[in-house]
Design a protein around this ligand. Structure first.
Ligand code: F6R
Length: 605
C-alpha cells in the first residue's frame, strides 16, 4: 500500500528519501516520486517514475540538491500506474506539492468544480484535487491553506505538503492513514511507517486521526485540523533498524518463517505465572471481576489475522468456556451487527492499521462496546483506539504475506484464553499442562523448521497442480484456511479450504488425481473421523499430503510435526505449510516478497 517519507534538516535530502522509499518497498506499490526544495534555492524540483524505486533513482538528475523533501510510493486506486499518476502532485504554478495515502471519496465532485473554474488536471488521481485546493487557498499560512482544503474533502488521508513559499516546513495531516513523525538532532522526518525512519531515529510521534503537524528542522508542533494545539508524546520504537534487513535470507518471507523460534519465545517472555498456573497480560485493562461478566467473545480481523482469530475463538471457548467466534472485520463493519454490552470484542491485526479492522473498532467504540486489541505494531491506530490488549511481539513483519505474526498471534490468543480460563473454570492442573505445552513450543518449532529440506522436495512435487484442496476439522480447519490463503497469495495456485466434515456435502465432486488435498490430521479426538475423510479421497484416486503427528497410511506423503497439548496443536501444524507455500512458489519462479496485486497493510477501503 502507498508509502510516504519526508525530511527537513541540513542533509542532502534526495538520497535520504530514496533510502526511505526503499524501506517502504515491502508494502507493495507501482510507481514512486520525490519532490525537494531548500531555503537557499526555493523552487520545487520533482522526479516521478512508474515502476520500482530503482527506476525513480535512475531518473534523478546529477544536480538534484536540497535539504527538504517529500516522497511517495503509490499503489493505484484512482487511475492506472503511470508517471503522471505517481505522487507528488503539483499545482499549475509548481508551488504546492502533495503526497497522499488513502482515498478522497468526494474527489469526483471536487474535480468537476475545479475544472469548471478553469483548473487543468495533469493526472487521474484523487490526490491532485487536494493540491489544487491548497494552491487556491488565500489563507496566509501553509497550515491554514491545508486546513481549508481538508475541510472540503471527505475520505481518508495521510498527507505531506511542501510549498515553495514556505520552505522551512512540511505540513502533514492524518485521517485514517498513518503518519509518524521522527525526531532527530536538528532534523525531522515524517513517514507513513516507522520502517522508513528507524535507521535515523527511534524517537517518534504518531499522529491521531484529525491531527496535523508542522515539522521544521529543529522543531515540530501538533494540532487538530480545527487548529487547537495537541500534546505530542514521543515514544521510542522498540525495533532495531537491522530487524528490517534481509539478514542473509533470499526473501523476507523465508527470514520471517525462520524467526519463529525467537518470536514465540518473545511473546511468552515475562508473561507466565507458575505460582497460579496462569499468565499475566499487563495491558489487558480487564480485572478478574469484569472478566467473569463476559458472556461472549467476538473476534474481528482480516485475512490471516481473521484466521488467527478463528483459532483464538476456539481456544477461548475451549479453555475459558465462553462462547466465542471470529468474523472478518471487513464484513462485520457493514452489517449493522447487534452490539452487546456483555460481549468482549477483540480486534486482531498485525499492522494495527488495516482500515476495515480499524473502522470496525471505531464503530464498536461509538456504540459503547469494550474492545481489546491483539496487535503487533506498538502504538498503531488499533492499539491506541482499543481499551487494552495483548501485544503479539513478533517483531517487524516486512514480507507482504504474514507468517511469523500469524503464529505469534495464535500464541497470544492461547495466553488470553488461558488467562480468562484461569479466572473462570480452568483447573490448576490444566493451567500447568498448558503452560508446559507453551514452553515446549520454541523447541518444537525448531524441529519443524529442520524439516525444510523434505518439505521443499514435496513442494516441488506438488508445484505443477492447477488447484489444491485443504481440509481440516474443528481446530484444524482454520489451519487449512490459512495454509490455502498462503499458497494462493504467493504461488497463484487456486486453493480451497473446507472443513473435512463438509467434503461429502459437495466438494468431494472435485476430487480426482489432478487435485491434490492437503489434510490436517492431528492426533486428537477426531483422528478417526479425519482418517475416514482420507479414505474417501483415496477412493476417488485423489493425492493426499497429510500434516499429522504420525505417518498416515492413506496419505501419499506425511509431514510429521511434534505433538503438543491438543489445544495448542494448530500452532505447530501451520508452520510446515508456510514452508510448503514458500517452496511451491519458489519452484514456480514467483516473486515471493512482491506477490501480484497485494500490498502490506491495507489502509484503504
Ligand atoms: C495474508 C496477509 C493479509 C493480512 C490482512 C490483515 O498473508 O498478510 O491477509 O493478514 O490484510 O492485515 P493486518 O493483520 O495487518 O490487519
Amino acid at each position: 500500500m502507498c508509502g510516504i517519507v519526508g525530511y527537513i534538516g541540513k542533509r542532502d535530502v534526495a538520497p535520504l528519501l530514496l533510502e526511505g522509499l526503499q524501506r517502504l518497498e515491502y508494502r507493495g506499490y507501482d510507481s514512486a516520486g520525490v519532490v525537494i526544495t531548500s531555503p537557499k534555492t526555493p523552487g520545487l524540483k520533482m522526479v516521478k517514475a512508474k515502476g520500482r524505486v530503482r527506476d525513480l533513482e535512475a531518473r534523478v538528475p546529477k544536480r538534484f540538491a536540497g535539504t527538504t523533501g517529500i516522497a511517495h510510493t503509490r499503489w493505484a486506486t484512482h487511475g492506472a500506474p503511470s508517471d503522471e499518476n505517481a505522487h507528488p502532485h503539483l499545482d499549475a504554478e509548481n508551488k504546492v506539492a502533495v503526497v497522499h495515502n488513502g482515498i478522497i471519496d468526494n474527489a469526483t465532485d471536487l474535480r468537476a468544480k475545479l475544472v469548471a473554474d478553469g483548473v487543468e488536471f495533469l493526472s487521474e488521481t484523487d490526490t491532485e484535487v487536494l493540491t489544487h485546493l491548497i494552491a487556491r487557498s488565500q489563507a496566509p499560512t501553509l497550515e491554514e491553506k491545508v486546513r481549508e482544503a481538508l475541510r472540503l474533502v471527505e475520505g481518508t488521508y495521510g498527507i505531506a505538503v511542501l510549498h515553495a513559499d514556505f520552505t522551512d516546513r512540511i505540513v502533514v495531516a492524518r485521517n485514517g492513514s498513518p503518519v509518524v513523525l521522527g525526531i532527530g538532532e536538528k532534523e525531522m522526518f515524517v513517514a507513513s511507517d516507522v520502517a522508513a525512519l528507524v535507521s535515523h531515529t527511534r524517537q517518534v510521534v504518531t499522529l491521531d486521526d484529525g491531527e496535523m503537524a508542522t515539522i521544521k528542522a529543529d522543531d515540530f508542533r501538533t494540532y487538530t485540523t480545527e487548529g487547537s494545539r495537541t500534546t505530542a508524546s514521543p515514544t521510542t520504537v522498540e525495533w532495531e533498524a537491522e530487524s528490517y534487513d534481509m539478514g542473509g535470507h533470499d526473501t523476507y518471507m523465508h527470514k520471517e518463517i525462520s524467526e519463529q523460534v525467537d518470536a514465540v519465545d518473545r511473546v511468552l517472555r515475562g508473561r507466565i505465572d507458575d505460582r497460579f498456573s496462569t499468565v499475566h497480560l499487563g495491558g489487558l485493562n480487564l480485572d478478574a471481576r469484569e472478566a467473569r461478566t463476559i458472556r461472549r467473545v467476538k473476534i474481528l480481523g482480516c485475512g490471516t489475522s481473521y484466521h488467527a482469530g478463528l483459532i483464538g475463538a476456539g481456544l477461548i471457548e475451549e479453555l475459558a468456556r465462553i462462547p466465542a467466534d471470529a468474523e472478518p472485520a471487513s464484513e462485520f463493519r457493514y452489517r449493522n451487527a447487534v452490539v452487546d454490552p456483555d460481549t468482549l470484542y477483540v480486534a486482531v491485526s498485525q499492522s494495527g492499521e488495516t482500515y476495515d479492522a480499524l473502522a470496525a473498532v471505531q464503530e464498536l467504540k461509538r456504540k459503547g462496546a469494550r474492545v481489546l486489541g491483539v496487535v503487533n505494531v506498538v502504538g498503531s491506530a488499533i492499539a491506541r483506539e482499543t481499551d487494552g490488549g495483548v501485544y503479539v511481539h513478533a517483531g517487524p513483519e516486512v514480507c507482504v504475506v504474514s507468517t511469523k505474526c500469524f503464529t505469534n498471534t495464535v500464541v497470544a490468543f492461547a495466553l488470553l484464553a488461558l488467562h480468562l480460563g484461569r479466572i473462570r473454570d480452568l483447573s490448576v492442573a490444566d493451567g500447568k499442562r498448558l503452560i508446559a505445552g507453551l514452553r515446549k513450543l520454541p523447541d518444537q518449532i525448531a524441529e519443524v523448521l529442520q524439516q525444510e529440506g523434505e518439505i521443499k522436495k514435496l513442494a516441488e512435487e506438488y508445484a505443477g497442480a492447477q488447484s489444491m484442496m485443504f481440509i481440516g476439522r474443528v481446530r484444524g480447519y482454520p489451519v487449512a484456511l490459512e495454509a490455502s490463503l498462503k499458497l494462493k497469495e504467493i504461488s497463484y495456485i487456486h486453493a480451497e479450504a473446507y472443513p473435512a466434515s463438509e467434503l461429502k456435502h459437495g466438494p468431494l465432486a472435485l476430487i480426482e488425481p489432478a487435485l491434490p488435498t492437503v489434510a490436517i490430521v492431528p492426533d486428537d479426538d477426531l483422528l478417526e473421523k479425519n482418517r475416514a475423510a482420507l479414505e474417501e479421497i483415496k477412493a476417488r484416486s485423489g493425492r493426499i499430503l497429510a500434516v499429522a503427528h504420525q505417518e498416515q497410511e492413506k496419505a501419499d506423503h506425511t509431514i510429521v510435526v511434534p505433538k503438543n497439548e491438543t489445544e495448542l496443536d494448530p500452532i505447530l501444524m501451520g508452520i510446515p505449510l508456510q514452508l510448503f507455500a514458500y517452496h511451491t512458489a519458489l519452484a514456480m519462479g514467483r516473486d515471493i516478497d512482491k506477490p501480484r496485486n497485494l500490498a502490506k497493510s491495507v489502509t484503504v477501503e
